[in-house]
Write a protein that binds this ligand. Structure first.
Ligand SMILES: NC(=S)c1ccc[n+]([C@@H]2O[C@H](COP(=O)([O-])OP(=O)(O)OC[C@H]3O[C@@H](n4cnc5c(N)ncnc54)[C@H](O)[C@@H]3O)[C@@H](O)[C@H]2O)c1
Ligand SMILES: C[C@@H](O)[C@H](N)C(=O)O
Length: 317
């Protein structure tokens, strides 16, 4: 059967690159990008785009019907730092939109759903090192609470209504093509821009703040790998732990200094430090590796080399 995919949040950091990857696999016409704002020109020019506000469930249903959509990748969310500033709005966006999509699947309008969770679903009482798949989850941020609740709803819709919903707990994601949208891990993208523009960077997370991270190509491969896996291999229906690399700001600086020896890093932690302090440092993703064959490719130095090479061209330097 022909698959037609709708990506909600296609103008965001992950959506921009995921749409282009899915269009290569499924054909440009079969991947409908959508967002409340225009997407990257590559996305706008290579296939269909529909303006959708995900708070409007009828509009999502209308687009699903119009294009004969079979799968939805729901990437819209208010990220951790922004949601701490507007908790109720963050909660409403993250939860109401998930229900709109899960209910479409429950009613048989679509066959498969992808919805990302985050390392933010864990909290200060979770073991920080080798954080297990199943462990204490007491998130202390609005974003984290919405991700933990969302995971439980996904699991509920799978068990109760047989909805084929799949999910990954993404770590912080680093990319050059699209910029991050208001998270606590955004420093790990900004540092590369500022290294090239200014030769220095002031990190809003402190020295020693080790967090799980991943380069975008690995995150896209993981997403597509999970969605392509046979349903009986997808044994976790809350959300899978996923790991790539873990590092602190000074480790990125050391990696940049291998290519730009004069690069300088200093620290001015702000409100995002408390958020980062509540998250794990290193994640155990053995379930994803066992169940559907996940394996990361990029280490820190390889990522740094690729980021700096591509950003140089992007910034015209
Ligand atoms: N990117 C990182 S580091 C990361 C890590 C962990 C989990 N996630 C999750 O992955 C998903 C995508 O994240 P991202 O790409 O970084 O987010 P990003 O903020 O970059 O993109 C979200 C997109 O949603 C769009 N949007 C906002 N409100 C609405 C609305 N009402 N209707 C339609 N579109 C709207 C917005 O315009 C933006 O293009 C989210 O669920 C995140 O929670 C991301
Ligand atoms: C970790 C993740 O979910 C996102 N980058 C955030 O900081 O909000």
């Amino acid at each position: 059967m022909k698959e037609v995919i709708l990506v909600l949040g296609a103008s965001g950091q992950i959506g921009t690159e995921l749409v282009m990857n899915l269009r290569e696999t499924y054909g440009n016409a079969n991947v409908v990008a959508s967002d409340i704002k225009d997407a990257h020109p590559d996305v706008m020019e290579s296939g269909p785009f529909e303006e959708i506000n995900v708070m409007d469930g009828n509009r999502i249903a209308e687009v699903v019907k119009k294009h004969g959509v079979t799968q939805v990748y729901h990437l819209v969310a208010m990220l951790s730092a922004t949601a701490e500033r507007m908790p109720e709005k963050g909660w409403a966006l993250n939860m109401d939109s998930l229900f709109h999509v899960l209910n479409l699947a429950k009613d048989g309008a679509i066959k498969k759903v992808y919805w990302p969770s985050s390392i933010a679903c864990f909290g200060p009482n979770t073991p920080k090192m080798n954080t297990p798949q199943e462990t204490i989850m007491e998130p202390s941020t609005v974003y984290g609470i919405s991700k933990q609740a969302g995971e439980q709803w996904c699991n509920y819709y799978f068990n109760k209504y047989n909805v084929d919903v799949r999910s990954i707990r993404y770590p912080g994601i680093i990319s050059w093509k699209s910029e991050p949208g208001g998270g606590t891990t955004d420093y790990a993208v900004e540092i590369y821009y500022e290294a090239l523009k200014q030769g220095k960077y002031t990190s809003f997370l402190d020295k020693g703040t080790m967090l799980p991270m991943m380069y975008m190509p690995d995150a896209i491969r993981a997403t597509v790998g999970l969605m392509d896996a046979p349903a009986d291999q997808v044994k976790v229906r809350t959300s899978y732990n996923l790991a790539g690399i873990s590092f602190a700001p000074e480790h990125v600086a050391e990696s940049i200094q291998k290519i730009m020896p004069d690069f300088k890093l200093d620290f001015a932690p702000d409100f995002r430090q408390a958020i980062a302090d509540s998250w794990p440092s290193i994640i155990d993703d053995s379930r994803a590796r066992e169940d559907w064959g996940w394996k990361h490719e990029f280490d820190l130095d390889r990522m740094t080399e690729d980021m700096l090479t591509n950003l140089k061209v992007k910034l015209g330097l």
